[in-house]
Ligand binder design. Structure first.
Ligand code: LLP
Length: 415
């Protein structure tokens, strides 16, 4: 479900027309629906109510403080991957005991603040990292909770750039090494190895890869149990896919039907880390058509947003639906490339796309831009990053100002 719909041929986000937003706040503009964010969170929460998991929204998907605050206010925890995300999580009011921290490269500084804050646990990805966290915990004279991130070596059936649970990926620890670590856990005097973590990839549209990974992990848990070792947490990661084009992803209910039976008798507290599932279809990127350009081979629609605002097409050849702010009945269709102003051929939103004819001055909504949109934005070509607004019913609230030219150079030192 999402709250971007046409009413009288005008595209609305909840109760506000996107054209009105574009006129008021300018473009490029990220627009988020409050109701959609919460609906996605509650769908997952409800589907898994039997085991009441801790849902830790993955901050990297969309880290705007107001977005985090909405979710934290609904009881959601947060999955972080850096000191910057920890800073955001705390600013958004997330209780430390609802924060989990994954990353193959946590620095000493990041480990120190996380320990001081008392996060729920670290998802640890190597022996070297375990040793380092143990060393730092010793200095603080604290015992720190650890979930070992397992690399279950399963195929998630998604884009190779967002596959994380194969042994060729840099993530996690193989079962054999994890077993040795856990058997020798007393070596780590200041660690409490109390959980396991998996995250096998992103934009996964069917439950079977999860089933395969969870079966492997729960049989590992049983093997440990047989040795008298019991754990407290199982973090099953994120990765739930959404609809961008013609995907037919599992719903939260369908996912739960397959996954719950594998989890409910484990006695483990389950953690989930969805990012895209919650934020992806809760946001769009609004852009204005600047020029139409015809060449001997193609027709280009040149818009005022680029790969610096939304890099997914350039990086993954990702498909994003493009919807006009005003839909015109029976508008002629034409095949176009929709491209941005940046000096790169990879700067596009659509290629050879059949869409209703648009003209200079029209607004387009790039759909499914709520996750990995703004959070991956850059200042490439010295472009200011976009403004962001959150819509709640008929109200639009600016949640991030458009950058200024001064912002662009504020950390630079002229010598
Ligand atoms: N947990 C961990 C440890 C992760 O690494 C990720 C995402 C998530 C949870 C959340 O995954 P999600 O539920 O959002 O799929 N930039 C790419 C996606 C990269 C995902 C990185 N890790 C994209 O735009 O498709």
């Amino acid at each position: 479900m999402h709250e971007f719909k046409y009413k009288n041929n005008r595209l609305y986000c909840e109760g506000v027309s996107v054209e009105a937003l574009a006129k008021k706040f300018g473009t490029p503009l990220y627009v988020y629906s409050h109701a959609t964010l919460l609906d996605h969170y509650h769908k997952l929460k409800t589907a898994f109510r039997e085991i009441s998991p801790l849902i830790c929204y993955s901050v990297k998907a969309n880290s705007n403080l107001s977005i985090l605050k909405v979710l934290v206010g609904a009881g959601c925890g947060l999955d972080i991957v850096s000191g910057g995300e920890l800073f955001r999580a705390i600013k958004a009011g997330c209780p430390a005991n609802k924060i989990v921290y994954a990353s193959v490269g946590k620095t000493d500084g990041e480990i120190r603040v996380s320990i001081k804050r008392g996060i729920l646990f670290f998802n640890v990805e190597s022996i070297a990292e375990l040793e380092n966290i143990n060393r730092i915990a010793k200095i603080f004279n604290k015992t720190v909770n650890i979930a070992i991130r397992i690399n279950p070596d399963v195929e998630p059936k998604t884009h190779k750039f967002i596959t994380t649970g194969k042994l060729t990926n840099k993530f996690g620890i193989d079962f054999k090494s994890a077993y040795e670590i856990i058997i020798q856990r007393y070596r780590f005097t200041n660690l409490n190895i109390c959980g396991l973590h998996i995250h096998i990839g992103s934009q996964i549209t069917e439950p079977s890869p999860y089933v395969a990974a969870i079966l492997k992990v729960t049989s590992f848990v049983n093997k440990l149990k047989a040795q008298g070792i019991s754990l407290k947490y199982l973090n099953i990661g994120g990765g739930l896919g959404i609809i961008y084009n013609n995907e037919n992803p599992q719903t939260a209910e369908k996912f739960a039907q397959k996954i719950l039976p594998l989890l409910k008798n484990t006695g483990l507290k389950i953690i989930m880390e969805p990012g895209r599932f919650i934020a992806g279809n809760a946001g769009v990127l609004l852009t204005k058509v600047l020029y139409i350009k015809s060449t001997p081979l193609k027709k280009f629609v040149i818009v005022d947003s680029g790969m610096n605002d939304l890099v997914r097409p350039a990086l993954y050849d990702a498909y994003h639906q493009l919807l006009p702010a005003r839909s015109i009945h029976n508008a002629p269709l034409e095949k176009v490339d929709v491209v941005g102003p940046i000096c790169e051929s990879a700067d596009y939103f659509a290629k050879e796309r059949r869409m209703a004819r648009v003209k200079s001055g029209d607004y387009l909504a790039v759909m499914g831009a709520g996750a990995y949109g703004f959070s991956m934005a850059s200042n490439y070509n010295s472009r200011r990053r976009a403004a962001e607004v959150l819509i709640r019913g008929n109200r639009a609230v600016l949640i991030r100002k458009r950058e200024t030219f001064t912002d662009l150079i504020q950390n630079e030192i002229i010598v």
